[in-house]
Design a protein around this ligand. Sequence first.
Ligand code: CLF
Ligand code: SF4
Length: 293
Amino acid sequence: MPRSFTELTDKHPCFGQHSAQTGRIHLPVCPGCNISCRFCERSINQTENRPGVAACVLKPEETVPLIRKALEIAPEITVAGIAGPGDTLATDNAIKTFRIVKREFPSLIKCMSTNGLLLSERAEELIELGIDSLTVTVNAVDPEIEAQLNDYVIYHGKKIEGVEGAKILIKNQLEGIRKIASAGITVKVNTVLVPRINGKHIADIAYAVAEAGAEKYNIIPLIPQAKLKNEPAPSCLDIDEARRAAGKYIELFLHCSRCRADAIGIPGKTDVSRQVYSLFPREMNFKENFSHG
Ligand code: CLF
Ligand code: SF4
């Protein structure tokens, strides 16, 4: 049985009402992505603190010594999360890694984050695997708006651009959320807030994802970069308005720290990832296998 919403509220740093007391280890096992968000700049480096960044990409089996060491240094870690640096369903790496985590560290909560393009077709696998919490990034439920945030999807080997790609993405996200939520797995939705594009659309997103079964909603202010580098970052007022609009339909998560894909520690409080990674040989870093998918 997946962990209940109440247990996650207590033990998962991204599902509680207050700032986190527990930690997570992100396992950067997913290099490639199958969509093309216009604000995305994936990168392999040690310095930037934001999603899409990791110091290296690991093979699934390499995560075991890493988790072991991380738990020694930061025993407050309760969650093993996989959030990139690419998409978790674009390859099988995340699913393989969760199978290993389940066997080696059964007490850790298994948390996955995805863009949702393949969620509907892989939902049964995730349910059978026993993930405890799932985050889907849904930036619009109107294809015309989504097409301004994402250039294309690569779906079953075909590149589908603009509104047509956006329709497939949104349909699969909502269908996937419905399947996962109806299996009793807690679903959170993240939305990257780009005021000029989806600022007035947040209530529609919150309504649609809550109706599909999501229980928690997190508004992530845009970090202006890549093709949206000239968009202004949301102001406090923009964020406040978006939260008020969404809060009518779904419970909000208010303490997101826009983590890197290899962060280790309590979000927003401690990050011991450099300390943990420094204990491992550089070969762990398999940049030669890195691919943008
Ligand atoms: Fe990681 Fe995301 Fe799981 Fe948390 S992060 S996969 S749900 S364990 Fe949390 Fe970090 Fe915000 Fe994500 S603070 S970026 S919401
Ligand atoms: Fe980047 Fe994530 Fe969008 Fe893929 S889903 S393009 S990794 S932000």
